[in-house]
Design a binder for this molecule. Sequence first.
Ligand code: ADP
Ligand code: ASP
Ligand code: MG
Length: 424
Amino acid sequence: MARIVMKFGGTSVADLDRIKNVARHVKREVDAGHEVAVVVSAMSGKTNELVGWVQGTPKVVGANSPFYDAREYDAVVASGEQVTCGLLAIALQAMDINARSWQGWQIPIRTDNAHGAARILEIDGADIIKRMGEGQVAVVAGFQGLGPDNRIATLGRGGSDTSAVAIAAAVKADRCDIYTDVDGVYTTDPRIVPQARRLKKVAFEEMLEMASLGAKVLQVRSVELAMVHKVRTFVRSSFEDPDAPGMGDLLNPPGTLICDEDEIVEQEVVTGIAYAKDEAQISLRRLADRPGVSAAIFGPLAESHINVDMIVQNISEDGSKTDMTFTVPSGDVEKAIKVLGENKEKIGYDVVQNESGLVKVSVIGIGMRSHAGVAATAFKALAEKGINIKAITTSEIKISILIDGPYAELAVRTLHSCYGLDKN
Ligand code: ADP
Ligand code: ASP
Ligand code: MG
């Protein structure tokens, strides 16, 4: 007997038939004698609809978000998961499985106060562990918890993955299965590159990079938690026949295992390619080249919760003036320009320019640590396709390249094949 957490994403619970199909996956594990907790997302499209409704309301000035009251945003957008966890509990009961639904506040899943992008602080697993021991399936609403203000807090888009891994850690599950609409983690998004290959295993660190650089198959925070708490996490498909051979295999279920790098026998130099759309570039021209100028720019941006990513500073020709360019998510450009305007005198620049609709493509692999020339291969391949590079950043295990939006798919395909990742 094992203890398993099963998470089902939006497309897997998109309608009543799919919810019944999910119930069959759960029944398979229950029938095998395992203790099961299930985490569900909202039906696909639901969260977008709810977010759209909130964004359509008049802006609340003076609340803790410049656009609307983030606590009420959470009250609205958390409702999608409330519906699906109730429906799945009913579907399970109809199959004679003892099940009940849990909202985040009922467990409770305690979070910090960052409404809209809250982090899980603590989960009291005692009650669900006890009930799982009595044979009851816990069906938990993903994406939500309870803030210190006793109000619903949501975990940021894609947050149900994080709910699942956090619950798996809290109940000391033997496995956390993330069921989605693809049958594992691929060398790149299989919807963009049909040549992408499914990976049997991915190291935590690589998955962390892939997720934070745009592969939305897992939320970044879920990978962090899996890494820290050593949660055995599989990404697998909910669309396969729940009763097909091997689906209930305890140690080697179908899908991709996210694991420590020493569990991976054949490590390639490059593991995958990720891309993130909607990047924007901001340049400050004729900036004073003196100590403290970076702090004067990025301090106020950080205080306004603007995530700055790539930063490029030119060396000044005459030792007095320079240019600084950096990227932010396109949605933050307006806010960033406003903050820079307010701090113009303190920073000391001439003009600010910006360009939106850019894309960041990234090459990821822990094998890069011990190989030279990996970046040069990318630059050459992109040059041969006439793709201009606007900025570059590197770390030990990744290279990120900023390009114009329209070239995104061509760049991803080009990089995927230049590192030999295409399937035969
Ligand atoms: P869910 O609703 O189940 O949480 P998501 O849409 O959040 O599903 O994530 C699954 C999607 O992630 C896939 O449909 C796929 O298009 C996308 N994706 C991006 N990069 C990858 C990758 N490297 N491997 C697998 N899927 C990826
Ligand atoms: N429903 C939420 C979202 O769409 C959380 C999730 O699906 O993981 O972002
Ligand atoms: Mg998701």
